[in-house]
Design a protein around this ligand. Structure first.
Ligand code: 13P
Length: 247
């Protein structure tokens, strides 16, 4: 009942020449899986035009909590929507660490995203030290409680579990560890939101590649992936989409 979602986060990568990769991704034939690419802000408008010919949604990588104003260098959710985005990542661990974003900041950004009609892709994840000290579920639970506003549902929210130590490292958790977190998130969402919580898609992110996608997508409550490096090449991303289609 939850449609699958393959999402790509290009981070600070991609010039105009990368739009050919997006065109190949958008042309990907899939009936089971929704596609989303979050290019850098500089490419948003062109990416939306490129993707319009196919079946790929476009998202921002961050938004400001306010609608407009004196915030040099920042981009509002309404501006993302105006440029053709339907989604926005909020609370990515690189934003939390590089820009000191707190759960309260992420919560405000999520509310701003909804107000602009965007679906928020809310990112959560523990550090290696937190995993080693046995605090993973407590950390994830606190991030969820602090950064997800009331009113979340399957249309306005997607949640991505991204263990910080698995991002860009080639390391991934054991499948049982992914299942533990995703099952925990599902229970917490249903407890708080009822049926709406059951409809929110849960993505796994962190070193997802064509070679490990099939085993990850077999894990309970994994509805798709948030892919970094492997979303930059259409061939790799399409192989991940194929694995999700087959799951
Ligand atoms: P990698 O797939 O490069 O590990 O990045 C994951 C990520 O941070 C996606 O948001």
């Amino acid at each position: 009942m939850r449609r699958k979602l393959a999402a790509g986060n290009w981070k600070m990568n991609g010039l105009g020449s990368a739009l050919s990769e997006l065109a190949a991704i958008a042309g990907c034939e899939t009936r089971q899986t929704d596609l989303l690419i979050c290019p850098p802000a500089t490419l948003l408008g062109r990416a939306a035009d490129t993707a319009a010919a196919g079946s790929c949604a476009i998202g921002g990588q961050d938004c400001h909590a306010r609608e407009s104003g004196a915030h040099t260098g920042d981009i509002s959710a309404a501006m993302l929507a105006d440029a053709g985005a339907s989604h926005v990542l909020v609370g990515h661990s690189e934003r939390r660490s590089d820009h000191g974003e707190s759960d309260a900041d992420v919560c405000a950004k999520t509310t701003a995203a909804w107000a602009a009609g965007l679906t928020a892709v809310l990112c959560l994840g523990e550090s290696l030290a937190q995993r080693r000290s046995g605090d993973t579920l407590a950390v994830i639970g606190a991030q969820l409680a602090g950064s997800l506003p009331d009113g979340a549902n399957g249309d306005n929210t997607v949640i991505a579990y991204e263990p910080i130590w698995a991002i860009g490292s080639g390391l991934i958790p054991e499948m049982a560890q992914i299942a533990e977190v995703h099952d925990f998130l599902r229970r917490a969402l249903v407890e708080r939101l009822g049926d709406d919580g059951d409809r929110i898609r849960l993505l796994y992110g962190g070193s997802v590649k064509p070679g490990n996608a099939t085993e990850i997508f077999a894990v309970s409550n994994v509805d798709g992936a948030l892919v970094g490096g492997a979303s930059l090449k259409a061939a790799d991303f399409k192989a991940i989409v194929a694995a999700l289609d087959a799951a």
